[in-house]
Design a protein around this ligand. Structure first.
Ligand SMILES: CC(C)[C@H](C(=O)O)[C@@H](O)C(=O)O
Ligand code: SF4
Length: 412
């Protein structure tokens, strides 16, 4: 009996788990990327353990600074490849395969009922598949490398219900920002979120990933959509691993929120993700760059909606498109979406994190502003002294056409 989180953590710890309990859970898959693996491997070596617990359950995607931006990164990445080979870690996804969270979904590691821990805060994305996905730091990851287990305090759960159909121009990203506006950046600290309602049921897996991806922007430990037929259809042929979905069973929630899907496109203004406004309030704000991509909004559906506005039009500012994975990029090429975006004047970069966290490939100058489909707009996130506005791929595309924040509904 319990929330999805209590049910999953109960199963993974082999005893009943209630909010507030301290448990040790078996981890099904562990993910660390080129950025965090470096620290996790160092911590693992310090533990003087020779072999990782299970080389088939550790996934290492190269995405944050991939391809390497300088010699120091190149050397760290070389050493990481060598360590992974020596440990016989076969799921190493090198440059160009995609952003860690997208790769975890596409390769069938994000499975219902599983405990999936990533050395990256947006590992809550796996909740879109009914998994308990959560992010940890490098030393916790080293512990998992060594033992395949980790301790948790079982989080309380907030129930979030969204009902209704999206009006034209409104997407999963908009409702996500709207939810964050109310719950705020710390309103779900060390809690889990469970998402229900007709809007969530109607959402594509891509939309659910956008929603769960930003659970951490409310401080949440996890954000989970109950698995359904859509989840099963997405996972079919992706994983050989058996799984059994978990749903809530007579749960007790610590809080409940209800939202209506009938909203305007939403924009999160600098410098907090909960500084969210209806587009009508921010329209006309000048931007120097538009970024369409990231683990939040770099999937085919996102590129497709951007292309629906950019088709036959020209961008008025630097417009970067970064597909979330090789497979997304391939589909964009094969479907003609990539050609539409390029013809409009957009620049398509290789799959990866790109400038999302200010690492490389589109970092901005002081005083510049970016409309971005990513998940964070903190001070300096994409370049010291630069402003980041967060919105949907539709809003980003309309903004690219005008060189200032624009309402996508005028283009649909
Ligand atoms: C580099 C990594 C640790 C970081 C995270 O944990 O989220 C990054 O992916 C981010 O989005 O800021
Ligand atoms: S795309 Fe951005 S938010 Fe996602 S993992 Fe990479 S840096 Fe983090």
């Amino acid at each position: 009996m319990g929330t999805i989180t209590e049910e999953i953590l109960g199963r993974a710890s082999g005893k009943k788990a209630h909010a507030g309990d301290f448990i040790i859970a078996r981890v099904d898959y562990a993910m660390s990327h080129d950025g965090t693996s470096v620290l996790a491997v160092k911590a693992f070596k310090d533990m003087l353990v020779e072999k990782v617990w299970d080389p088939g359950r550790i996934i290492i995607p190269f995405d944050h600074l991939a391809p390497a931006n300088n010699e120091t990164t190149a050397l760290l990445q070389k050493e990481l490849r060598e360590w992974a080979a020596a440990q016989k870690i076969s799921h190493l996804y090198d440059v160009g395969e995609g952003i860690c969270h997208q790769v975890m979904a596409e390769k069938g590691f994000a499975l219902p009922g599983k405990v999936i821990v990533g050395a990256d805060s947006h590992s809550c994305t796996y909740g879109a598949f009914g998994a308990f996905g959560t992010g940890v730091g490098a030393t916790d990851m080293a512990e998992i490398y060594a033992s395949g287990k980790l301790w948790f305090r079982v989080p309380e759960t907030i129930e979030v219900t969204v009902d209704g159909r999206f009006p034209k121009g409104v997407t999963a990203k908009d409702i996500t920002l709207r939810i964050i506006k109310d719950i705020k950046t710390d309103g779900a600290a060390y809690k889990a979120l469970e998402f229900y309602g007709t809007t969530i049921e109607a959402m594509s897996m891509s939309g659910r990933m956008t929603l769960c991806n930003m659970a951490i922007e409310m401080g949440a430990k996890a954000g989970i959509v109950p698995p359904d037929a859509k989840t099963g259809a997405y996972l079919k042929d992706r994983s050989a691993e058996p799984y059994s979905p978990v749903i809530a069973n007579d749960p007790t929630y610590c809080d409940s929120y209800h939202f209506d899907s009938n909203i305007s496109p939403q924009v999160a203004c600098p410098i907090d993700v909960d500084n969210v406004h209806d587009i009508e309030e921010v329209e006309g704000t000048h931007v120097d760059q538009v970024l369409i991509g990231s683990c939040t909004n770099g999937r085919l559906e996102d590129l497709e909606s951007a292309a629906s506005i950019l088709k036959g039009r020209k961008v008025k500012c630097r417009t970067l498109v970064i597909p979330a994975s090789r497979s997304v990029m391939l589909e964009a090429v094969n479907s003609g979406i990539a050609a539409t975006l390029l013809s409009a004047g957009a620049t398509i970069c290789n799959p990866g994190c790109g400038p999302c966290l200010g690492g490389h490939m589109g970092v901005m100058a002081e005083g510049e502003a970016c409309m971005s489909t990513t998940n964070r707009n903190f001070k300096g996130r994409m370049g010291k002294g630069a402003d980041v506005y967060l919105g949907s791929p539709l809003t980003a595309a309309a903004t690219a056409v005008e060189g200032k924040i624009a309402d996508p509904r005028r283009y649909l």
